[in-house]
Design a protein around this ligand. Structure first.
Ligand SMILES: Cc1ncc(COP(=O)(O)O)c(C=O)c1O
Length: 444
């Protein structure tokens, strides 16, 4: 076992002043497992005991260039020396908006926010204002941030509680959401074209938007079945619904133009955060000019003291300039493919049925006999407990993906071939160790 004494002490200290010792529930891994991290550089992070880890969480996805990237850090330092908050439009903000419009095929205009949650909240309000309708359609296992409107049937939900497949119930992922909000949500299993068509035929005229993660960045990077995004596009056109693609995880990560570029389907609105600024807080929502122009001051509210905050904008300017060159994506593809293939070989060798899903820059690993995996309900067929044990063994050996198999492995431009080799060697040992311990199969 690696020595984590200081980490444990700091965590105990944290629990006295921060509930459960974390500022986001997603960071809580249990009283004896939650970690404290001190610093990051490139593809590596260090805990307070000085233990070094190859990082595949990358801050839940944002750090696409690597921690502490010199150009990004320098750009931010330079910008904040000239004032940290002006609450006016800045030249740099205009430049970043222009970069986004030139990179993302479906984005003609863009507004800035600070987090993915804010971006989806405002995109949704805009869609409702634009259509004059209240209902929204979302998909099970898709996560769009922490605000009430979309916090239903997310990847935190127990898939056994989602109701009948053909008559699903939106399940709140948190207590404290008013009952009235439930009534505005229709939540459907992903990748079921007939159910979607049927639902839209019945209620489409009341639906403001269909919001979706183009691939399931909160469920092992499960991809849409061929034609499914095109179907959503067509139904939105036919029924006057706004198609909102939540590219908070995929945006600027799987291609310069995100999932809309990869799948060739343009939404009406898209939301961005995470990789846009290499880990600095910035988010954006944008899309068709005619819809974005409906943000009429005094009529449709999009406000925020820190919107287009200078730190995030400066970081995005540097990050997007590098990403637009395109070279980063070749590195992510090469390293990610090697890692995906290596993981699959190790699991095959260990006789563990599995699926390695999604693009190399963010891929998921599910220990399951199911083939194909189609939607979030299939999580009941995944041995997530064994996966978790493997990952805890891997962390002990110096590589750190999220122990929850629903969260993808993220790659950054700083991951080296040596990182990949070391990770695969460590994984082989961690798998053998985890397999040797008798375990009960997960309840779901
Ligand atoms: C697809 C998606 N949308 C929205 C969000 C919310 O973003 P944030 O945590 O920045 O509020 C997340 C967070 O992981 C996400 O994965």
């Amino acid at each position: 076992m690696i020595d984590q004494r200081k980490t444990r002490e700091l965590y105990q200290r944290a629990t006295r002043v921060i509930p459960y010792g974390v500022s986001s529930n997603f960071r809580y891994w249990g009283d004896d497992k939650t970690l404290v991290m001190q610093r990051g550089q490139g593809s590596h992070i260090w805990d307070p005991d000085g233990n070094e880890y190859i990082d595949y969480r990358l801050g839940f996805g944002p750090v696409i260039l690597g921690h502490g990237h010199p150009q990004v850090v320098e750009r931010v330092a330079q910008a904040i020396r000239e004032g940290s908050s002006l609450a006016f439009t800045t030249p740099l903000e205009i430049q970043v908006a222009e970069r986004i419009v030139s990179m993302c095929p479906g984005v003609e205009m863009v507004r800035f926010a600070n987090s993915g949650t804010e971006a989806t909240l405002h995109a949704l309000r805009l869609a409702r204002a634009y259509t004059g309708r209240d209902l929204i359609i979302k998909f099970e296992g898709h996560y769009h941030g922490a605000h009430d409107s979309l916090l239903f049937s997310t990847a935190s939900a127990d898939p056994r509680q989602l109701g009948d497949h053909s008559n699903p119930t939106p399940l709140p992922s948190s207590r404290g959401i008013p009952r009235a909000v439930h009534e505005t949500v229709i939540s459907l299993p992903f990748n079921d074209p007939e159910l979607l068509e049927r639902t839209v035929r019945g209620q489409g005229h009341q639906v403001a938007a269909i919001i979706l993660e183009p691939l399931m960045g909160n469920f092992a990077s499960l991809e849409p079945t061929p034609g499914y995004l095109q179907l959503i596009r067509r139904l939105c056109d036919e029924h006057g619904m706004v198609m909102i693609m939540d590219e908070v995880k995929t945006g600027f990560r799987i291609a310069p133009g995100g999932a809309q570029e990869v799948y060739g389907v343009l939404p009406d609105l898209a939301t961005y955060a995470k990789a846009i600024a290499n880990g600095f807080p910035l988010a954006a929502f944008g899309g068709k000019r005619k819809i974005m122009q409906a943000l009429v001051p005094g009529q449709v509210t999009h406000v925020g003291t820190y919107n287009a905050n200078i730190t995030g904008i400066a970081a995005a300017d540097a990050t997007l300039a590098i990403l637009a060159e395109g070279k980063v994506y070749a590195t992510l593809r090469e390293r990610g493919e090697k890692l995906k293939q290596g993981i699959s070989e190790i699991l095959t060798e260990a006789d563990l049925p599995h699926q390695v899903l999604g693009p190399p820059a963010m891929f998921g690993v599910l220990l399951t006999e199911l083939d194909p995996v189609r939607d979030y309900r299939d999580y009941t067929h995944v041995n997530h407990q064994l996966y978790q044990r493997v990952v805890y063994g891997l962390i002990q050996r110096g590589a750190i993906p999220e122990p929850d198999c629903r969260e993808p492995w993220f790659l950054c431009a700083a991951h080296s071939q040596a990182d990949i080799d070391k990770t695969l060697n460590a994984l082989a040992d961690a798998v053998n160790e985890a397999k040797a311990i008798p375990h009960r199969k997960a309840a779901y």
